[in-house]
Design a protein around this ligand. Structure first.
Ligand code: PEP
Ligand code: MG
Length: 567
């Protein structure tokens, strides 16, 4: 019988295959009588496992750097730091001195640090996975356990696991594996980020029910709907076999000749290749904070300059929009001492930090960006820079004056630079209401519907209990978008959208009707949106969008969207 379980879809792709369970090799029996344990021997066993773990991590780092890029590889530096962490190593040594064998001492020493990370909110909680990864590696090495070779799974396998660690996911062969599903894990876990980068169908956080699915069972992993289907029926199979939309490399225009730029959002350099493969017309959002995560210190000017130049080189004839640091909220960074706030999404985040406690980092980032902008002055491509979470004209003015002073500083030093095209993200009600004034000061506005929806609807983008309210199809959000587009165009600014809404192919007609000039999305949705654009006549779409925006409830919007679709 077909059974469907729900989780969080992380890659909008579906795959079908036979289950291969990934089980740890690190279950331990009860410890023996301490009198029978030789602490010197156990200590030596731990130390050689620690050394072997360093060697393995070094090799995996190299392999990941080649396959996925330097950013992803840096996670292994964090793992190596955990291996030498004084609290953990001290805990292991003390437990051994107290009569525990090395494996039990390792398990015990990791317990508290893992629990501490688990109790934190947001992405920091996922660092617990990194600690488990390091612990299990040590346990395997100290017990001579075999490790399943995840890079050599039979073709068409669906990997099922309690959770996957970054090093597990980085080993997967995207061409061989049909997908993976995990009991635990969230959308922002490393496993999820890697899965998206590698375009592997994946659903995480399915829950304990997944544990009943035995090896060899047939499973559909539907990352689009966020479900796994056990023993799938024809309907579930058909969802997998739906042919992928062909990739369109050229820019696309509506039936009446208006070009709509369909760009990709990226967070890591590895995703640039996927974006190019999917036919993206450049990058509409480069989330630079990913360059700052999972490391001990921020990247310096040179490293950032290289990252921005790499993005430009991946799209030499297109525009690459880089967003300055958007730290805080759901993206705290330990080494920046981000405060523990009761309401982090209403607190010190985005441009507020860049103009406040992270102003030195902001300056370094602007220096790297202005230098990178000069490198591409002679090509058709260009760099653009935008600021996140602006809520007032004052903040934009302050950011623009920082750009001016950095440009002056570079000029005084004689460093080659150029001031890129500048824009502002529209993600707060404050910025929607001040959009005219903002548009007068910059070349473009880019609507971030993930945050805009949460702030307009006062519904956290992370809280599953009210996730129904976090829906951009509410008329209030749609009217905020229409207001922004009109204000932008009145001020001669182009207007794009880089929130998840832009990548929903069911909404392309509405967004074109509302007048958006650019839509930027996860790379894998680019072909679907590009396929829609030439079918649309802008005047007709504008009329349809007027009818939809006259609606007063989401229910009415949803009904009208399906009616208009059927026309
Ligand atoms: C948004 O808020 O819509 C957006 C694109 O930014 P992020 O998802 O990175 O907050
Ligand atoms: Mg945002």
């Amino acid at each position: 019988m077909t059974t469907e379980l729900s989780g969080t879809g992380v890659t909008p792709r579906a795959g079908i295959g036979r289950v291969v369970w990934y089980r740890g090799t690190t279950d331990l029996e009860d410890p023996p009588d301490p009198a029978t344990v030789d602490p010197d021997e156990e200590l030596a066993a731990f130390e050689s496992a620690q050394e072997a773990a360093h060697e393995e991590l070094e090799r995996e780092r190299e392999r990941t750097s080649e396959r996925l890029g330097e950013d992803e590889a840096e996670i292994f530096d964090a793992h190596r730091a955990f291996l030498d962490d004084p609290e953990i190593v001290g805990g292991i040594e003390t437990a051994i001195e107290n009569g525990l064998p090395a494996p039990h001492a390792i398990r015990r020493a990791f317990t508290d640090p893992i629990a501490r990370f688990e109790n934190l909110d947001g992405p920091m909680a996922e660092r617990a996975d990194d600690l488990r990864d390091v612990r299990d590696r040590l346990l395997r090495l100290v017990t001579d356990g075999d490790r399943m070779d995840l890079g050599d799974l039979p073709d068409g396998s669906v990997l099922v696991a309690e959770r996957l660690t970054p090093s597990d996911t980085a080993q997967l062969d995207a061409d061989a594996i049909a997908g993976f599903a995990t009991i635990f894990g969230g959308r922002t876990s490393h496993a999820a980020i890697f899965a998206r980068s590698l375009a592997i169908p994946a659903v995480v956080g399915v829950g304990e029910e997944l544990a009943q699915v035995g090896d060899g069972r047939e499973l559909v992993v539907d990352g689009e709907r966020g479900t796994v289907v056990i023993d799938p029926d024809d309907e579930a199979r058909n969802r997998v076999s739906v042919a992928e939309t062909p990739i369109v490399a050229d820019h696309v225009s509506t039936a009446d000749g208006d070009e709509i730029e369909v760009a990709a959002n990226v967070g890591t350099l590895a995703e640039l290749d996927v974006a190019a493969e999917q036919g993206a017309d450049g990058i509409g959002l480069f989330r630079t904070e990913f360059l700052f995560l999972d490391r001990e210190a921020p990247p310096d000017e040179e490293e950032q300059y290289e990252a921005y130049t790499a993005a430009l080189s991946a799209f030499p004839d297109e525009r690459v929009v880089v967003r300055t640091l958007d730290i805080g909220g759901d993206k705290p960074i330990a080494y920046l001492d981000t405060p523990d706030e009761a309401n982090p999404f209403l607190g010190e985040r985005g441009i507020r930090r860049s103009l406040g406690p992270d102003s030195d980092l902001f300056e370094t980032q602007l220096r790297a960006l202005l230098r990178a902008a000069a490198d591409h002055e002679d090509s058709d491509g260009s760099l653009a820079v935008m600021f996140p979470l602006v809520a007032s004209v004052e903040e934009l003015d302050a950011a623009l004056s920082r750009v001016e002073s950095v440009a002056e500083e570079l000029a005084e030093e004689g460093t080659t630079h150029a001031v890129p095209e500048l824009g502002v993200m529209i993600e707060t009600p404050g910025s929607v209401f001040m959009a005219e004034a903002l548009a007068e000061r910059v070349s473009f506005l880019s609507i971030g519907t993930n945050d805009l929806t949460q702030y307009v609807m006062a519904a956290s983008r992370e809280n599953e209990r009210i996730s129904d309210l976090h829906d951009p199809r509410y008329p209030a959000v749609l009217r905020a978008i229409r207001r922004t587009v009109r204000a932008g165009h009145d001020g001669d600014a182009w207007v794009g959208m880089c929130g998840e809404m832009a990548g929903d192919p069911d909404l392309t007609d509405l967004l074109v009707g509302l007048g958006l000039d650019e839509l930027s999305m996860s790379a894998i949705t680019v072909p679907d949106v590009k396929a829609n654009v030439p079918e649309i006549d802008t005047d007709d779409a504008a009329e349809r969008s007027d009818r939809i925006l006259a609606a007063e409830t989401r229910e009415e919007v949803v009904r009208l969207l399906s009616v208009e679709d059927a026309e």
